[in-house]
Write a protein that binds this ligand. Structure first.
Ligand SMILES: Nc1nc2c(ncn2[C@@H]2O[C@H](COP(=O)(O)OP(=O)(O)O)[C@@H](O)[C@H]2O)c(=O)[nH]1
Ligand SMILES: [Mg+2]
Length: 304
């Protein structure tokens, strides 16, 4: 294999919250790498997902959803991460939800236009449409918003149209040697992925503002003879939230812990001993210094 026949490039997967970016990336790489839930703003960090198909390596950058109208430091961090992904990529996959094109989509598209990058528009969740004919006028409307290099209807959940998307992407990737090893699927380590699995359970099991008021810090991540021993802290913003995360008689936390442990055990393919603590750090999500300490820092984006 010569370098001139090898392609490798970065692809930003961007869109407003909840359109299915993480689901799409997981589908593309074939691993449940990015956590994806029904709640908006589940993804807080940039996560790289790597797919190698023979001579072509695609490095997808999953990003937090670009959103308007929220003012905490963590929202600014997420929007910076969403837009920052546009700096160093070769092509953009702009994900929208079928039949929904909002002011947030439009605001994000305006930011994308400034980059001059090739943009592929992906219309996701077409599986929920009763009548596929609805799609045509929607695609025509979308087509008028920008000079997209192509537009594709897909279902990330069902995997429809995902191969076609790979085919559309390939010609936009530069001819250069691969950056990652063939069997690498991410730049993130297992410690990070384990913290994300715990956060996923908080998103799935906690109501209202609680998921947004929590973050997870791994204090110990140790491989023993036939198991991993993991100690993690769930940070909340106020004492009252601590009680809600723990629940009556510790029941809620126990449930989160059990599910997270099972999820991490599947990820690591070994037994896991998980201990969780809940601690209060007043207003961590609106405090730049706390954010940096808790892993929300641009220096922490290893691919930059
Ligand atoms: N019906 C349907 N739901 C989807 C599809 N893709 C994603 N979803 C759901 O949409 C929600 C948000 O997905 P997620 O990947 O977290 O969106 P993100 O915020 O853009 O990363 C989750 O409940 C997904 O299961 C799809 O193709 N069809
Ligand atoms: Mg996401």
């Amino acid at each position: 294999m010569t370098a001139s026949t090898t392609r490798c490039g970065y692809i930003a997967v961007v869109g407003r919250p909840n359109v299915g970016k993480s689901t799409l990336m997981n589908r593309l790489i074939g691993v449940r790498l990015s956590i994806a839930t029904h709640k908006p703003q589940t993804t807080r960090h940039q996560v790289l997902g790597v797919v190698t198909r023979d001579h072509t390596q695609m490095v997808f950058v999953d990003t937090p959803g670009y959103h308007l109208g929220e003012k905490r430091a963590i929202n600014r961090y997420m929007n910076r991460a969403a837009l920052g992904s546009l700096n160093d990529v070769d092509v953009v996959v702009f994900v929208v939800q079928a039949m929904r094109f909002s002011d947030e989509d439009k605001a994000l598209l305006n930011r994308i236009k400034k980059t001059d990058l090739p943009v592929i528009a992906v219309v996701n969740k077409v599986d929920v449409l009763d009548d596929k004919n609805e799609l045509l006028p929607f695609m025509q409307m979308l087509n008028e918003q920008h000079d997209f290099v192509s537009m594709l209807p897909i279902s990330a959940r069902k995997g429809q149209g995902v191969d076609a998307l790979e085919g559309e992407l390939t010609p936009h990737l530069p001819e250069q040697p691969h950056i990652f090893e063939e069997d690498d699927f991410t730049d993130r380590n297992m410690r990070f992925l384990a913290a994300e699995r715990i956060r996923e359970q908080l998103f799935l099991n906690m109501q209202q503002e609680i998921p947004y008021a929590t973050t997870v810090e791994i204090e110990q991540f140790k491989e023993e003879a036939e198991r991993f021993v993991i100690h993690a802290v769930i940070w909340v913003e106020r004492a009252s939230q601590k009680g809600m995360v723990i629940g009556k008689g510790g029941q809620r936390l126990k449930e989160v812990g059990t599910r997270a442990r099972q999820s991490i055990a599947r990820l690591l393919d070994t037994r896991v001993h998980l201990e969780l603590w809940v601690r209060v750090k007043e207003g961590w999500s609106d405090d730049e210094r706390s954010l940096t300490k808790l892993g929300y820092s641009e220096q922490g984006e290893p691919w930059k």
